[in-house]
Structures are given as C-alpha cells and as structure tokens.
Design a protein around this ligand. Sequence first.
Ligand code: PEP
Ligand code: CO
Length: 426
Amino acid sequence: MDALRAVERELAALPPLVTSWEIERLKSQLAEAAAGRRFLLQGGACAESFADCASDVLTNKLKILLQMSLVLTYGLKRRIIRVGRFAGQYAKPRSADVETRDGISLPSYRGDLVNGVEFTAETRKPDPLRLLRGYERSALTLNFIRALVEGGFADLHHPEYWDLEFVNHSSRAAEYQRIVESIGDSLRFMETLAGEQVGEISRVDFFTSHEGLHLPYEQAQTRQVPHRTGWYNLNNHFPWIGMRTAQVDGAHVEYFRGIRNPIAIKIGPGMTGEGLLDLLDALDPEGEPGRITLIHRLGHDRIADGLPPLIQAVRGAGRTVLWACDPMHGNTETLANGIKTRRFDNILSELDQAFDIHQEMGSYLGGVHLELSGDNVTECLGGASGLEEADLARAYKSQVDPRLNYEQALETAMLIARKMKRMSGA
Ligand code: PEP
Ligand code: CO
C-alpha cells in the first residue's frame, strides 16, 4: 500500500498528458455528433502493451485510422472525430481472478498497468511501479502521434503517406484508391475556389481514450485547472466506463461523476432502460451537450431485442446522447482449441442492425467503437480474404481480445460508408 501511495504522489506531480482546452473542444465536437452532424470513429487495441510502444506499431495504427476516416468522410459527407484506444489502454477487467495452466494457478493478467502477461508467479504479481511506466509509455505514444500529425503525416493532401505495405494485395485496394483520388479532386477543387489551402479540412487531429478502470491511476492525474471550474482527468481526453464497472452505486460511477471530460459508457445485454436512466441521472444531471456517449455492445443475436428499449428510455427522458456501436465485445467466442475469436460476419451483422434500428426509431447512430490493429494479424475469422480457423495461429498477437486486422478494418469502414450513403438516399 505504501508503494502504491508513493507512486500516486509521483504521478500527481508529473505534468498532464492532455489539456482542458483539447478536452472541451472534443466535448463540443461530440455534441455535434450527437446532433447528427459528425461521426465518431474510435478504435485501437483491446489491450495496449508496453512493448507495442514502438514506431511501426504506432504508425500502422495511425495509418489505418486515417484511411478509415478518409473512407468515412467520403461516404458520410460528415466530419469524422478520430479517437484512439491508445496512449493509456493498459488496464483490463477480467472475468476470472486466476488463470490455471497445467495444474498451476496464478493471478490473471490485468493489463500492463498492473502485471505482466508472462505466466510466472513473479510477472503476474501486481507492481505499483507499472503505473509510472504506463504514464511514461502513454506520454511517449502521444508525443509521437502529435509529432506525426503536426508534421503533416495526417494531411489529406498526402494520403500516400498512409499506404500500408499490403494495401496493394487487398481485394479492396482499387476501391480505396478511387476514394483517395476522389477526395484529392474535391480538395483541389475547393482550394481553387477558395484560392488557398483548406487548412481546417485538410489537417486532422486525434484524441486519446482508454477504459478508466484503474481508479488510483486515473485519480492521480485528475486536477483542477486555472480559469475553469471542476476537475479534469488530464491523462486522456475521453475515458469510458467498462460494462463490468457501470454500477450506479459503484466506485467508477462515483469517480466519473466528478470529472468534466466527455465520457462514454459501455452498455451490455443486461442493461435495462431504467438502469440506464439512473446512470445518466448520476453522470449527467444537467444534460450537458457532448458529455455522454453510449456505446452499446449487445451482440448480433441480441441487439434486435436489446437496443430499442434503451433508445426508447433515453428519448422518453428527453435526453440527447451520442450513440455508438461496439460490434466487437458482444460477439466474442471461444473455439474448441481455446482460442478467442470473433466472426467478421457477426460483427458486420451487429453494425448493420444497429444502423437500421436507430434509423427506424428516428435516432442517429453517430459512431463506431472497434478493436483493430494496423498490422496483418489473424485474430478474427472471415473478411474479404476469408480467414479460417486454421489461419488464426499464423499471427495471433492480441494479449486479450481478437482485433480486426488492417484489411478487415478498412472493409468495415467501406461497409459503413456504403450503408450510410444508402440510408441517406444518396
Ligand atoms: C473492452 O473495451 O476491451 C472491454 C472490456 O469492453 P466491455 O467493457 O464492453 O466488455
Ligand atoms: Co476488448
């Protein structure tokens, strides 16, 4: 306990990773998304590892998010808000406290912020010093991303910077190239009209997010800032409450109640309309625009029954929230050989139904939340290149949940773009 307190004190004295200006700017963008004028693209790893704080992993992740947002901008004709599950996604909720292998039981891996993944007693022991390592890795990650974005890497005039090695092998390559060319044409056209570079449109920014699970860590970097009232979590812009910790009388809701950041809540199949309204009353008593994003993750076979009553309840209470769909976490399954996977078809089916249900109910699905990798991993089954069970072993790198690989992620963006285009009658 003393060791933890010492680390908390150290964290509290270190500089913040983000500013309240950025947080407030994101909140107002999320408010526009809730009103149907923007779309949220939130994605990244299930669990970042300290070892993934590496140049190629980060640039590839940025590239796929940029490519997806380009496709979405084109198809949706709306501004995209880009939020990474990165620079701090280091703590994981686990359903079992212990893991048993060959008769040996050790504490479960809870994310690099808490313990190590290697199956030894020494590594699985929680170590408070990891909180400092996590803060430092977050800072390194953010520093690199900010430098890339500000240095012009994210400039829409140069999408060729984001081409991943295997874009050419993808069956989606031609479609992507068409989109890139068409955006280039529109940009040049607008610039000819305006007689200058369209700065605000051509430059894009990134916000950071992670599950606000480890309360001592989050709290140590929660501060007051000059000229504003209230408290801000300054280690990321947009923390979320995980499904397992969203109890209205729980510690996580109590902490999130007290911060001014925009926040998201993961909503699983057990949630009732009444329970949801209790949460909203606790977390957003004043109905502040942009404050709440509800990320439903119900599963392809439960969304048709589960989602309508939730939309109904929120509407009945006269509330406006941003709705986002996480089509990953309700569709996880374990194969006979013990490998955790997700079927691409089920992921797409949940997304597809989510768009339809919101539209039928006069609501707006304004975001997606995805677990993805910019690398060519083999963790989810299906997709254009038809990954099968036997392929999973080839490049299964996730330490927790299976992610979409580069091609599956791009394909998802294209399907969303096409779906929304059709829905708007375009
Ligand atoms: C996650 O986002 O990795 C996660 C654990 O999600 P959920 O809380 O929705 O299960
Ligand atoms: Co996950």
